[in-house]
Write a protein that binds this ligand. Structure first.
Ligand code: GTR
Length: 463
């Protein structure tokens, strides 16, 4: 009996709630699909032209700050691939790259490390994951490219994905009082030009993720249309913001991002971090306006599900861990659930789940994936594998490069390379036997070939 009572008390302590208490539910959540003018959003057009832009402006003004236009000017960015070598026992190519940004107020540069599976060179460009690595213990050494549990490059490469990471604190210092005089900030504008809406450090880290994608767009071995951004905790908040601000990212993976990341505010989770506390410890992550919302979690007129919704119709992964009360797993699940109507506008499914899941039973049917790992606050290989499962599920590893195309599938035959009187054209474009052989080899390696035949080839060809 004593043992049972003790077990109950222990269980209540561990879950954070008395056994008889109902599980917390969201209350008075702002409606994602009602505009500030009170109109109901029912179409993609309304969403894209009215509601999404007003939400984006709101998050920039009230929470993360607005990044100056000069920071987004890609004409100011260049790359130096200063080392290329074989890595992971010959399974990957490792590239060390330096990004240089020539800003209106100075020049800033930072290095990152990329691993590309060797298969990419032979078959077709591979999808990739970018990580702003908030690793404290030096496990990301861009000289040695050490693999770590946090960034398990061997496992990522073995599954056919490229990956690149940078030390986040090089791009913007993660220190109270370090100010905005370090990292990328001073290259963009003098500190004195900052105001209540100026970009915070999360936005600067997100800027770093985008520069890596800029480089990936120049790297023929990488399929830049299928790049996901992953981040843990403060890096998870950064990953969400990255995909919101940069629509080239096809997926965002928020790992245990918690308060001001994926966690909904309009839910009472007493053990989780509040806006007041996050601002006390990390005010520089946000813009100064965010202070207005401290202590107003249950009454503020916007919430984090509306930030997640700005990722629609692309892919989103939200992940929690069972012991991570600080991040508020239930609040993370609810934000994913309440963001889903944005995907539904596009005729897609968001989070397909009626209830909060059991640990390690991922919910991955729609365009939003949710999983709850067993254990503490961390980015573990288990999480990476769920992100890659989700990308696989959406066909990211299928080779979809168009090798060449003859004709258009419109039923008219007008575009036929071999159409009557098209023979000379055909030769000029060198659709000859050699090309066919080369491409047939690609097809045998897993590509697809659509071949359209002239209905009456012999007449014009005189074969
Ligand atoms: C905590 C912070 C969280 C989370 C975490 C982390 O101290 O309160 O919001 O971001 O750090 O980044 O590990």
């Amino acid at each position: 009996m004593i043992k049972t009572v003790f077990a109950c008390v222990l269980a209540a302590g561990l879950t954070g709630y008395g056994l008889q208490m109902p599980l917390p539910e969201p209350k008075n959540v702002p409606d994602l699909l009602t505009t500030s003018a009170g109109e109901k959003v029912t179409t993609v057009d309304q969403w894209e032209k009215v509601r999404a832009p007003e939400l984006l402006a709101l998050f920039e003004r009230e929470e993360y700050g607005r990044r100056p236009a000069a920071a987004n000017d890609r004409g100011r960015v260049s790359f130096d691939v200063y080392d290329v070598s074989e890595a992971l026992g010959g399974k990957a190519v490792r590239k060390l790259v330096r990004v240089t940004y020539k800003g209106p107020n100075g020049t800033f540069s930072f290095p990152f490390t990329a691993y590309i599976p060797k298969t990419a060179a032979l078959e077709c460009p591979v999808p990739a994951f970018v990580l702003a690595a908030n690793i404290k213990r030096g496990t990301l050494d861009e000289k040695q490219g050490l693999s770590s549990v946090f960034w398990p490059v061997e496992e990522i490469v073995a599954r056919g994905y490229a990956t690149a990471a940078f030390r986040f604190d090089v791009v913007a210092a993660d220190k109270k009082g370090a100010g905005f005089s370090q990292g990328v900030f001073p290259a963009v504008q003098p500190e004195s030009a900052r105001d209540d809406e100026s970009w915070g450090t999360l936005s600067a880290w997100a800027w770093g993720n985008s520069r890596i994608l800029d480089w990936m767009e120049t790297e023929p071995l990488i399929d830049a249309k299928h790049v996901g951004v992953v981040g843990h905790s403060r890096g998870g908040k950064t990953a969400i913001l990255t995909a919101v601000l940069d629509r080239r990212f096809a997926m965002a993976c928020s790992n245990n991002s918690g308060c001001s990341g994926a966690k909904l505010n309009h839910i009472d989770l007493p053990k989780s971090e509040s806006i007041k506390l996050i601002l006390k410890n990390f005010p520089y992550w946000f813009c100064r306006n965010y202070r207005k919302h401290a202590g107003k979690e249950m009454t503020m007129d916007f919430d984090q599900h509306e930030l997640l919704a700005l990722i629609a119709p692309r892919l989103l992964c939200v992940a929690s861990a069972t012991e991570d009360y600080w991040a508020g797993p239930r609040g993370e699940w609810w934000a994913a659930k309440l963001a889903s109507p944005a995907w539904e506008l596009y005729g897609k499914k968001g989070l397909v789940a009626d209830a909060y899941p059991a640990p390690e039973k991922p919910q991955q049917e729609g365009c939003i994936s949710y999983h709850l790992r067993k254990g503490p606050h961390f980015l573990a290989p288990y999480d990476w594998h769920r992100y890659m499962d989700f990308a696989d599920r959406h066909g990211w590893r299928g080779c979809r490069r168009t090798l060449w195309q003859i004709g258009v599938k419109d039923g008219t035959g007008n575009e036929f390379a071999l159409a009557p009187r098209g023979y000379n054209d055909f030769l000029q474009h060198d659709f000859g036997w050699d090309s066919f052989l080369v491409d047939a080899r690609e097809v045998l390696k897993g590509g697809t070939l659509e071949l359209w035949m002239s209905p009456e080839p012999n007449r014009e060809w005189g074969l």
